[in-house]
Design a protein around this ligand. Structure first.
Ligand code: ADP
Ligand code: ZN
Length: 526
């Protein structure tokens, strides 16, 4: 190993090259770890300042830092910005002409590069690995490290092979970075990349300047979006996420018709159009990008004032990452979501109808449940969101919809007791429809056949409609008071969490979703 550069050198680079006066914690500690030759795993929210954690040690040390990044567009932005700052940086990817690639390889071999960005598939070519073996590499940075997680929404199979770096270059320190920090993903990154020895840096995921707001309802989401933009974000930059390309196109057109400077972005557009729209969003003020989730990773626009969701994200991680693109400058920003129960149905269907194996489906459906749990929570959104990432916020934030306008709720304790008893008395093997029929005392041959017209819960649920009962069962599922028998046919079972509610020692308070029409609720419930 070369001698360790003086830590003052890192600070000098921060000031002279990047023009920032001080490190943001834990940047200096991460840099020190790498300079001392140790591995690091950095979990920091988007906008936290992850890039400098590897850029500075790569510059400070003799040799070249190799950065593995999954997105070519992002790579090029970073390289351009670094060059402007006078750093010798280059990118190798499959999209560039042969000759350009050769020039870069030459400067790499000559030891002229501080930083080399490279796409994983290119890195993993035997040729490239041989090339690197002939150079002086001072670190490997694995950006967007959650792409190694097979359960995550950004899984990239090539990331699984990045272990070879450890095997082929055991003496080169590695740093893995991600903005996805839930515990299973963290463990998967450590295990799959062989980072057991790495120092882990976890920074708070709280984004206090973002105001979270989640509304449910099946109608008028477009009109509400327009009102939200006009009233709160007139002529400000924002991103509107939609689930499908079609909805992206329709929404962008419609907003344009309403006089909003909106542009579409999705993977179905030509590369030219995508990069033109992205360029306008990035450089101009006040462009609203209507996009699928194809848009976003690596967007570095500090003054995005709002992120709106017209559909439900698949998971809390996705929601956090997407909303995290708002307010990177630290000024007030909005995360606004309006979803309908149709979204729930659609996402559930996408899970059940996918070709994934049962374990993966179960996990995806658990993730969706957690997202729905966040949507239906009546307490502080920020507390719920951070709790998902294993972080505790002592007090309600005072800056989310539920804190600012406590939602209408109803005490569902008694109804929940009836529903739970119905599950218990019928032997914990029937589905929602059957249970609702029992509660409502329906005259049904199946119920009579099982003798369930004689159990104490038969017909005790007249105070609620069938729809309300279904909604209640959905809540019970979401809150984990009941689960679905994995081998049966949708039969509900009680979990340990049901006991305090059954005994009456714990109250159950539910959000009143008046905006949801009854018929949609009927289709969407459970
Ligand atoms: P991440 O990769 O974590 O999303 P970036 O590395 O892109 O974040 O940094 C986000 C923004 O913060 C960038 O504009 C970057 O220049 C800025 N930044 C990073 N570190 C510092 C610092 N120490 N002082 C001031 N600004 C910083
Ligand atoms: Zn709050």
């Amino acid at each position: 190993m070369p001698t360790i550069p003086n830590p003052q050198r890192a600070l000098a680079i921060l000031r002279q090259t990047f023009g920032y006066p001080e490190f943001r914690p834990p940047q200096d500690e991460v840099i020190g770890t790498l300079l001392a030759g140790r591995d690091a795993l950095v979990l920091m929210p988007t906008g936290g300042g992850k890039s400098l954690c590897y850029q500075i040690p790569a510059i400070a040390h003799a040799g070249t830092g190799v950065v593995i990044s999954p997105l070519i567009a992002l790579m090029e932005d970073q390289v351009n910005a670094l060059r402007q700052a006078g750093v010798a940086a280059a990118a190798l990817n499959s999209a560039q002409p042969m000759a350009a690639g050769r020039d870069i390889e030459d400067s790499l071999l000559a030891g002229e590069l501080d930083l080399l960005y490279i796409a994983p598939e290119r890195l993993l070519q035997e040729r490239t690995l041989d090339l690197l073996a002939r150079c002086r590499i001072n670190l490997f940075a694995i950006d967007e490290a959650h792409c190694v997680s097979q359960w995550g929404h950004d899984f990239r199979p090539e990331y699984l092979q990045l272990r070879v770096l450890h095997e082929r270059f055991p003496q080169v320190p590695r740093i893995a970075l991600t903005a996805t920090a839930d515990l299973p993903t963290r463990q998967e990154i450590i295990q799959r990349l062989g980072l057991e020895e790495a120092r882990v840096f976890l920074r708070s995921f709280d984004r206090p300047n973002i105001r979270y707001r989640i509304d449910a309802g099946n109608q008028g989401s477009r009109a509400q979006l327009l009102r939200f933009i006009r009233e709160s974000h007139d002529r400000e930059a924002g991103i509107v996420y939609c689930l499908s390309r079609k909805k992206v196109e329709e929404t962008a057109l419609w907003l344009q018709g309403e006089g909003i400077d909106a542009l579409p972005y999705h993977a179905g557009l030509s590369a030219v159009e995508r990069s033109r729209n992205q360029g306008r969003f990035q450089q101009e003020e006040g462009v609203v990008m209507v996009a699928t989730i194809a848009f976003g990773m690596g967007i570095d626009k500090p003054n995005v004032r709002f992120v709106a969701h017209l559909n439900l994200p698949k998971s809390v991680e996705a929601y956090y990452q997407e909303t995290g693109r708002a307010g990177r400058d630290g000024l007030a920003a909005d995360a606004w979501m309006h979803y309908g129960l149709q979204d729930v149905i659609q996402l559930r269907q996408m899970i059940t109808q996918s070709d994934a194996d049962p374990a993966r489906k179960a996990l995806e459906s658990q993730k969706l449940d957690a997202m729905l749990g966040l949507c239906e929570s009546t307490g502080c959104r920020r507390q719920a969101l951070l709790a998902y990432f294993g972080e505790q916020l002592a007090e309600p934030c005072g800056n989310c919809d539920n804190c600012l306008h406590p939602p209408a709720t109803w005490d569902a304790s008694t109804a929940a007791q009836k529903a739970l008893s119905a599950i218990h008395r019928t032997g914990q093997r029937f589905g929602v429809q059957y249970l609702v029929d029992v509660l409502l005392g329906k005259d049904d041959p199946r119920i009579r056949g099982f003798g369930h017209d004689r159990v104490s819960v038969f017909g005790i649920g007249g105070e609620l409609s069938a729809n309300d009962w279904r909604a209640l069962f959905r809540h019970l599922l979401l809150r984990g008071l009941v689960d679905v028998d994995p081998e049966g046919h949708g039969g509900l079972r009680l979990t340990a969490a049901a006991r305090p509610v059954l005994r009456g020692s714990e109250k159950l308070t539910l959000r009143r979703n008046e905006a949801v029409p009854k018929r949609a609720r009927e289709k969407g419930a459970v």
